[in-house]
Design a binder for this molecule. Structure first.
Ligand SMILES: Cc1ncc(COP(=O)(O)O)c(C=O)c1O
Length: 321
C-alpha cells in the first residue's frame, strides 16, 4: 500500500509499504467529523500483456476537487498517478487476463488530527490500496424513485466523493431493499421531481433514440468517468446525446408510452448496469428486455474491449503502467 502524510503545511515523502493495519488515536478527527474522501478505478491486463489503467487523470482531478470541497490539502495529480503506477508495478501479478477481472485501486485521504473539536484538520494521511476483483455481473436492477430521502442537496457535498455521502445513502437504500428493490433513483432535494443518480452510479436513459443523462451543472451529482466515457463513445458513433435536467414525469411518461428504450446505471464497478423495472409511487414500470438494448450493450462491449486492448484506444484513455 502507498502511504503519504501531510503535516506542517506540506506533504511529506510518500512510500510503498507492506499492507498492514494502521493504528489511530481515538480522537482522530476523520472518524468524528468526517473529513474523508476516496476514489475508485481499475487496472486491466490487456491482450498484449500490458497493464492498462482507465482514465486515471480524471480520478486524480476529481480527487483534487473532492479535497478542496472537504477543506483538505489536494494531492499533486502527477504524484497521485505515479503512486498508482508504482503500486501496480509491484502488484502486477494480481492483474490477470481472466475476462472481466481487474485490479481495483482505492486511493483515499483522511484527517488525522488527534483532537475533539470542529475545525479543519492540520494533518492528513493519503493512502492507496488495491484488490483483485472478479467479473462484476449486475442482474438487471429494480429501482425505486426516491421522493423522501435525498443523497445530496444544492450547496452540499454531493459532487465530492466524500465518505459521508455513502453513509447517508445506506438507510434509504435499506428501506428500498425491504420493499424488494435493488437500488434507488435519487431525485433533487428541493422538489423530488428531477432525476439525479442511481445508487452509487450515474444514470442514463434512452428515449426516442436519444441518450439522456442529468447535466453536471448541479453540485449534487458526482461527475462520473464511466458516464462521461459512454457519452463520448455514443457521440462519436453519431448517437444524439443530451445532458440536461430530466424529470421523473418525463421518464414515467416515456415508460407509459413505450418510448423509454433503455435506462441504466453507469459506474466503474459494473460499467453499465441495466435497469429492468422502475417503481414510482405505487406503480411499477417494466423496461424492454436487456438483450434488445442494442446501444448500451454495444457500448458496454466496446468499453470492455477498449480497456483490455482488444480494440484500438482511439480516445487515448488507457494509461499503460
Ligand atoms: C455517487 C456516485 N455516482 C457515480 C459514480 C460513477 O462514477 P465513475 O464512473 O467515475 O465510477 C460513483 C462511483 O463509482 C459514485 O460513487
Amino acid at each position: 500500500m502507498f502511504v503519504m502524510d501531510y503535516a506542517d503545511g506540506e506533504w511529506k515523502q510518500g512510500e510503498i509499504v507492506p499492507f498492514e493495519n494502521i493504528s489511530m488515536h481515538p480522537a482522530m478527527s476523520a472518524i468524528h467529523y468526517g473529513q474523508s474522501i476516496f476514489e475508485g478505478m481499475k487496472a486491466h491486463r490487456s491482450i498484449n500483456d500490458d497493464i492498462l489503467v482507465f482514465r486515471p487523470g480524471l480520478n486524480a482531478k476529481r480527487f483534487t476537487e473532492s479535497a478542496i470541497r472537504m477543506c483538505m490539502p489536494p494531492v499533486n495529480e502527477e504524484l497521485f498517478i505515479e503512486a498508482i503506477r508504482q503500486l501496480i508495478k509491484l502488484d502486477s501479478e494480481w492483474v490477470t487476463k481472466r475476462r472481466g477481472h481487474s485490479l481495483y485501486i482505492r486511493p483515499f485521504l483522511f484527517a488525522t488530527d488527534e483532537l475533539v473539536g470542529i475545525r479543519p484538520s492540520e494533518t492528513y494521511k493519503f493512502m492507496i490500496i488495491t484488490s483483485p476483483v472478479g467479473q462484476y455481473y449486475s442482474e438487471p436492477l429494480n429501482v425505486k424513485i426516491e421522493t423522501h430521502y435525498t443523497r445530496a442537496a444544492n450547496g452540499g457535498v454531493g459532487r465530492a466523493k466524500a465518505a459521508g455521502n455513502y453513509a447517508a445513502s445506506l438507510y434509504p437504500g435499506l428501506q428500498a431493499k425491504k420493499e424488494g428493490y435493488h437500488q434507488l433513483i435519487w431525485t433533487d432535494a428541493k422538489t423530488n421531481t428531477f432525476i439525479e443518480e442511481s445508487g452509487t452510479m450515474n444514470i442514463m436513459f434512452q428515449i426516442n433514440d436519444v441518450l439522456i443523462t442529468p447535466d453536471e451543472d448541479h453540485d449534487t451529482i458526482l461527475r462520473g468517468i464511466t458516464k462521461r466515457s459512454v457519452l463520448e463513445v455514443a457521440k462519436k458513433w453519431g448517437v444524439k446525446v443530451e445532458e440536461r435536467m430530466i424529470s421523473v414525469e418525463e421518464v414515467i411518461e416515456a415508460a407509459k408510452n413505450g418510448t423509454l428504450q433503455d435506462a441504466f446505471g453507469a459506474g466503474t464497478a459494473a460499467t453499465i448496469a441495466p435497469i429492468a423495472m422502475i417503481g414510482h409511487e405505487d406503480e411499477k414500470y417494466f423496461l424492454p428486455p436487456v438483450e434488445n438494448r442494442t446501444l448500451s450493450n454495444r457500448i458496454k462491449t466496446f468499453l470492455a474491449d477498449l480497456k483490455t486492448g482488444r480494440v484500438a484506444d482511439e480516445f487515448g484513455w488507457n494509461l499503460k503502467v
